[in-house]
Design a protein around this ligand. Sequence first.
Ligand code: ADP
Ligand code: MG
Length: 729
Amino acid sequence: MENIRFKALEATLNRKPAVFKLPSGKISDYFGEQTFSNVSMQEFLPGDAYRQVLRSIKKGEKLDRSMADQIAASLKAWAMSKGATHYTHWFHPLTGATAEKHDAFINPMEGGGAIENFQGGQLIQQEPDASSFPSGGIRNTFEARGYTAWDPTSPAFIMDNTLCIPTVFVSYTGEALDYKTPLLSAIEAVDLAATAVCRYFDKDITRVYPTLGWEQEYFLVDTALYMARPDLLLTGRTVFGHASAKDQQLSDHYFGSIAQRALEFMKEFEYESHRLGIPLKTRHNEVAPNQFECAPVYEETNLAVDHNQLLMHIMQKVAKNHDLTVLLHEKPYARVNGSGKHNNWSLATDTGINLFSPGKDAKSNLRFITLLVNILMAVNKHADLLRASIASAGNDLRLGANEAPPAIISAFIGSYLSGVLDKIEKSKVNGKFATGGQSEMNLNIPKIPEILADNTDRNRTSPFAFTGNKFEFRAVGSADTCSNAMMTLNLIMADQLNEFKKEVDALIKKKIRRTEAIYQVIKKYIKVSKKIRFEGNSYSQEWIDEAEQRGLSNLHSTPEALKAYISPSTVKLFEHNGILTRRELEARYDIKLENYVKKIQIESRVIGDLAQNHIIPIAVKYQNTLIENAKGLSDVLDSKTYVKLSRNQIQTIKEISEHISEVKTNVDAMLEERKKANRLDSFKDAAAAYNQNVMPYFDIIRRHVDKLELLVDDEVWPLPKYRELLFIR
Ligand code: ADP
Ligand code: MG
């Protein structure tokens, strides 16, 4: 057979790039047209049903069951007016992907014929036979099945003529089997806790909700080249590949003008996203060649999480129209930047205040400082859990690799705010409040300038950076759901704010004035949480050393990081706040470990297969050509000239032999380690074994294969090379 790499290259070069024609008109003409938004709800729902849904969205009130039929009927009418034929509950099982099972609206009638039918019960609750989803042993297949239940806070939408209804997924015994259930609970927890604290400052505040604005990084690759790389196809990343002579060293891709083919793709997926109400706003080239980023305007967290899941799906789907494949993996290519998904997070009030915006007066500044210091406390207390929330095999390859923060969790707040906190920490204020009102002098909180919101004081190396009016959690993996990171962040904040309120209230009970009580607790917190603050370069070796001295964890691998899921402080945190039980946490821990084991196992198999079936045979063939050639030379040359002229060739033959031999030896040794790991009983042990005993062979084997790539004739090399994958547009 012809060399598949050349076939792929030929297909790529002969492409006529697809052109996407945006419908004429404005984005606002079609924005959200495929969602059961407030506008469609108002049109299709009777007034009282509409108001009840709104209340349930805004205040989390339970929906009256009797309303369900009415809502279902309206939803069906709306969906059918948009051409929908099917409906599905759309949920987030612990695979990290989204799941759907389509049912037609149709119901056969006696005597032939059929009518479209969709009732309240089908809207509110369903029982998918979803026994193959991971449950970590919570729900054995012979036990009661899981069910899905409507989440009215994320609007239903239509995709591919199917009405998709966002739902949670839980077992009959009440355990969460998905990512949405604990996220919704954490959002509620932070609402209650933050509202209670905010009411120290402003009685008008009755609801606080977390906001999320994600930034999604990704690579594009021509589908023919992608198909010719079994590693990309099966693992999402290249396990071999010598660096391209030129890749990102000139930084000429970053923010450069977007290549036409990529742009056509972007236009189409943005259009589809806008129709689904995803407020995409930004697009640009990223640092690595063929790497890009998009970002929406931030939204309420639950919705933003759903929108990100949807976006990843839409991107992959739309890419097909352009013969492109989207790589969402955190590290598709070695030695060029990987991809992350920055999670910009803040808390907003129903009175329209962003709680992480420094205020204009002393009172709002004290509120801002209160929130700021509490999140620092929370991160300090639960840094390991935060690290665990973003752990994955793919992210392990990115964290700490010079394009992403290290596996050490720290927080950056900028020099100005650091100065403010230092000043508060050192101030002596006890008693001072007795006399005065709340002037800034009395509070000892300097005025916080508005320039802060311009992000002037920025640190792009910190995993958790304050950027003027929000925090940016930069360690989330590009392929991951935002759900876990957001659930964790909001939960630790909720727990911390509850703790804070308890302490302040205790002081107030002792007749200390409220403002002073708040100030005293803040002062204490600043001291305690100092350890987590770091303003310098997080990518540097100095920081790694200093972090160790400070006693901060630096958890390089997923199996190590995941342990925080079941640590006593985590179990207490989750149980105390009613988010997940110990059993549910243990199940999640197990699922994550199992997923890790399987991912590394697949990578190891792909490495073995490619090495044995693709690389070694080609290298041997080429080596034989060289040997034949050397033999031919010895026939035509006298022995003295032969020795002189064949030296380099013989050397190359030797080098190739050595690399072939090393590849073979190490693949065999890796196989042995894999067998041992597979015999282990627990996922915990297997994950550790895969990480410590199997994975080290990946780099060794790769080194020799990549050397062979340089030695073997380009004409016969079977895998598309980095220069082709990265640069062909
Ligand atoms: P970058 O980090 O690339 O410089 P920006 O700082 O402009 O980009 O914004 C990144 C993201 O932060 C956007 O998705 C934006 O919507 C989001 N964002 C802005 N304000 C908030 C907020 N209050 N809460 C959550 N996300 C926010
Ligand atoms: Mg960013």
